[in-house]
Design a protein around this ligand. Structure first.
Ligand SMILES: Nc1ncnc2c1ncn2[C@@H]1O[C@H](COP(=O)(O)OP(=O)(O)OP(=O)(O)O)[C@@H](O)[C@H]1O
Length: 266
């Protein structure tokens, strides 16, 4: 379980970027954090992982406190981070080494490494690319390798920070399907995005605006009650269509189910 308790953060004193934010994310949840450019989403993500520390308040992952230097290494191991640009994450020259590198870093026994590497590449359907050079892969494949490198470390939670925004439609679809698949296997997913079609797929949406938490709840309620354009966000096509047709009741649920099945990996 992740807990933000009255968290405050600023880069420059007097200019709050995260302003008294509190929320809890339970194990196994799929949460989207949405908000306009510059609203503070990435800062929240970095606070979750302990890459940034609160100026006031606490961020805890289970009993581990990001402000405690003794806890930080454990937090980094238990929370994986997928960044916007997969290129930034590659250090080695083959897909296989890319996954093994992280395992060496956390001193996984040598006899365990091969199995973990192969299993995590299988989980993202990249098992046929062991010797490929990461830089020669498509955008979606690169992100899948980055995800495999994280999975091999066996995290409990993965944060995707705008991880689809540099990808073409096919790459986006691949990465979103992997997210959904991991969620179904019990992984806690935090997906930071300003694509509302993607946010629709989460179980819960947190809206950040000017560093404050403005909404925390179900996507259905979010799109029905929040005037998203005020926050420089756009309604997903399916929701706009639904509102235009002014459908109600079971059909309102159906558009959501339709989206879920559309993105499903099966
Ligand atoms: N390293 C930094 N130093 C100073 N200010 C920063 C730094 N990183 C972010 N900011 C500022 O903090 C505010 C929030 O930025 P943040 O990146 O968290 O927002 P965001 O919602 O993720 O935006 P985007 O969608 O554009 O990535 C912005 O005003 C940004 O300019």
């Amino acid at each position: 379980m992740l807990t933000f308790d009255h968290v405050h953060f600023y880069y420059k004193k007097g200019q709050p970027v995260v302003d008294d934010v509190s929320f809890t994310i339970q194990a196994g949840e799929f949460v989207s954090i949405v908000g306009a450019n510059g609203s503070g989403k990435s800062t929240v993500a970095k606070l979750i992982d302990g890459l940034l520390l609160p100026k006031k308040g606490t961020v805890k992952f289970h009993q581990l406190d990001t402000a405690n230097p003794n806890d930080l290494m454990k937090i980094h191991q238990q929370i994986g981070f997928v960044f916007q640009n997969p290129e930034d994450q590659f250090i080695t020259t083959t897909v296989m080494d890319e996954v093994l590198f992280g395992l060496q870093n956390i001193r996984v026994p040598r006899e365990e490494m091969q199995g973990r590497m192969e299993a995590s590449l299988r989980a993202v359907h990249m098992e046929d690319y062991l010797d490929a050079m990461p830089h020669q892969l498509s955008g979606g494949q690169k992100q899948r390798v980055a995800i495999a490198a994280i999975l091999a470390m066996r995290p409990q939670m993965i944060i995707f920070d705008e991880a689809t925004s540099m990808l073409d439609p096919e790459g986006r679809k691949q990465v979103l399907a992997i997210m959904q698949d991991l969620h179904h296997q019990g992984m806690t997913i935090v997906h930071i995005t300003h694509h509302m079609e993607e946010a629709l797929r989460a179980e819960r949406i947190l809206l950040i605006h000017e560093g404050r938490l403005q909404f925390d709840g179900d996507p259905l309620r979010f799109f029905e009650t929040v005037a998203v354009t005020i926050y420089q966000l756009q309604l997903p096509f399916e929701v706009r269509l639904h509102q235009t047709l002014q459908l109600e009741g079971p059909i309102a649920v159906n558009w959501k189910e339709g989206i879920r099945s559309q993105w499903s990996i099966n």
